[in-house]
Design a protein around this ligand. Structure first.
Ligand SMILES: *[C@@H]1O[C@H](CO)[C@@H](O)[C@H](O)[C@H]1NC(C)=O
Ligand SMILES: *[C@@H]1O[C@H](CO)[C@@H](O)[C@H](O)[C@H]1NC(C)=O
Length: 223
């Protein structure tokens, strides 16, 4: 009897608790924003990823209401599929300054957001230009809820790291996600300051192995 209760209790703790974090966010799935079909779908090779990579869209510009954010997400998918000839919208998720999280490729699929990182990182794009101004509080809160949701649901490792698009590529490759985003995100507890040096990789090195090494040193395991 006691065992059964304990099993139920553990089930309650893991399932119900993890849902409550995810329920904190206002989520718009692909059907709701009118996504076009994926041209091809590839699954992520591993179950729990170590990184979140933060992007901004720069163009299309900021959106503050549901109608314009929906239009921006559609526009980004159109460009990625038709101008860049990608299979689908490049990001796993997008966030508007209306405080909503839009499903891009979602948790299970490989995306196309940061060259060299697409097997190991979830790419999240905040819609708008944040080279100067920071994303508003609604967008940042949505981003934090999404980050937490991924960890609670096991898609992301407990000891995950947050980095930004510009850090994943050689210096000067892109300003993305803008200084305004970096100003905020770089103060978050799981932010890792790794920067791709642009140096040629040696032997079995990958940007991921270099970054993990660096970040693990920046975050010594807690005792
Ligand atoms: C962003 O910050 C860097 C230095 O931290 C600076 O060189 C660059 O001009 C800034 N970009 C903008 C658009 O303000
Ligand atoms: C890479 O190679 C070094 C030795 O050259 C080895 O010690 C290390 O374990 C290798 N790393 C991986 C991830 O295979």
């Amino acid at each position: 009897m006691k065992t059964i209760f304990l099993v139920y209790y553990l089930f309650y703790l893991t399932v119900v608790n993890s849902q409550s974090t995810c329920d904190d966010m206002s989520f718009v799935d692909r059907a709701e924003w009118g996504a076009r079909k994926s041209i091809f779908k590839a699954n992520l090779p591993s179950k729990s990823l170590p990184f979140y990579v933060i992007h901004h869209s720069a163009d299309p510009s900021n959106c503050y209401d549901d109608a314009s954010c929906t239009k921006r997400v559609q526009q980004i998918q159109y460009r990625h599929q038709f101008s860049l000839r990608w299979f689908d919208i490049g990001y796993h998720f997008l966030i508007g300054e209306n405080g909503k999280v839009y499903e891009g490729r979602g948790w299970n699929r490989r995306a196309a957001h940061s060259s060299g990182w697409n097997n190991d990182a979830y790419g999240i794009c905040i819609i708008g230009d944040f080279r100067k101004a920071s994303p508003n509080e609604k967008a940042l809160n949505a981003l934090l809820s999404l980050i937490d949701c991924g960890v609670k649901q096991g898609y992301v490792k407990e000891d995950y790291y947050i980095i930004t698009h510009r850090q994943t590529q050689r210096p000067g490759y892109t300003e993305c996600p803008g200084n305004g985003t970096l100003d905020v995100v770089s103060k978050w507890p799981r932010y890792c300051s790794f920067q791709n040096s642009g140096a040629r990789l040696k032997g079995n090195e990958t940007q991921i192995s270099l970054a993990l090494n660096f970040c693990e040193k920046e975050f010594p395991p807690s005792l």
